[in-house]
Design a protein around this ligand. Sequence first.
Ligand code: GDP
Ligand code: MN
Length: 386
Amino acid sequence: MKIHEYQAKQLLAQYGVAVPRNAGIAKTPAEARAAVEALGGSGVIKAQVHSGGRGKAGGIKVAKSPEEAEKISGEILGMLLKTHQVPDGLIVETVLVEEPIEIVKEYYLGIVPDRDSQRDVLIVSAKGGMDIEAVAEEDPDAIARLPVDPIEGLRDYALRQVCYDAKLDASVVNKAVVFLRQLYNAYVASDGCLAEINPLAVTADGRVLAADAKFQIDDSALFRHPEFAEYAEENEDDEIEARAHKQDIAYVRLGGDIGIICNGAGLTMTTMDEVKRAGGNPADFLDVGGGAQADRVRECLSIVLSDTNVKGVLINIFGGITRCDEVAKGVISASEQLTITVPIVVRLAGTRAEEGAAILAQSSLIPAGTMQEAAAKIVTLVNGAA
Ligand code: GDP
Ligand code: MN
């Protein structure tokens, strides 16, 4: 899960990381104006979207007065910020308002898990302020790495060495070592899977600050971090996905017009392939999970149908632990409770498939014997109806 720069800075500050003074976030130009006033009359307005490269894309601007802050934030708030990382763009809903700093030098500090060494690896470079991927391509020698032994932790001499290897100015090495420790502590304690300070800025008045921060939290560890629940909710930008995830239903919206409901990720993906092969476009990936009961199936159908693009639904269940008669009951009870105006093709195989088929025979649902037949039927029904 990605969190915003302002959230990452709040998090890192709890571990001692020095960040620029800020006046909080703003969601309206008036709030940005007030924030700049609070900072003493000037401030940097920074678009809070889940992407790097905001500066180049026009999402970071300095305001020299509260009036200018109002004008600039009016331009940034609501804009579609197209970065090299997210070319389709992201709508800016929030800006961070910070003290403007005069940067004289920029460095890069980061931590990511590394598959090769099977460790978290610290990454340091004197080429800060730009994309580390670009540095890695153009000037790989400018990047130094330090895999961290999780038992041994961070040793001072190793931290100093990686800073020297990265050709950081000698005068900043001792401070960079402190930042690396703080960043690592935050990363470990928060179950991070990416932490970045880019740039670590040396200012004209001699301070060293995290001018930008990026942080990602391992989704699989979110259950043990109630403190991030708020971020998780905010992170969901698709309403239907948010609704599904609240109930632990694995649902991904895909943009097509054929709703898919299956059990097991493998069967779901195979079913999507079959729909594609038959000339259709899946609207979603939905895995109802094992042992689904009737009410869960009903909720899944309701979720899939709440996508207004959906012109037909394919339900493909292989009953192992999941009982086909339970699935059939769920589909019938859903079709009684929801106003269903689109065709639904159902293929059931495995445990209690016959009982399931008998239940379905009394409904308007369209049965299919195989997955291929089911895919062909729903595609014909949807494309014919278009
Ligand atoms: P990113 O483009 O999304 O990575 O956002 P950053 O926060 O890293 O900002 C990009 C660049 O803008 C930085 O590398 C700095 O050079 C510059 N920048 C950001 N904040 C300030 C600031 O307060 N003052 C000045 N002078 N430059 C800034
Ligand atoms: Mn940056």
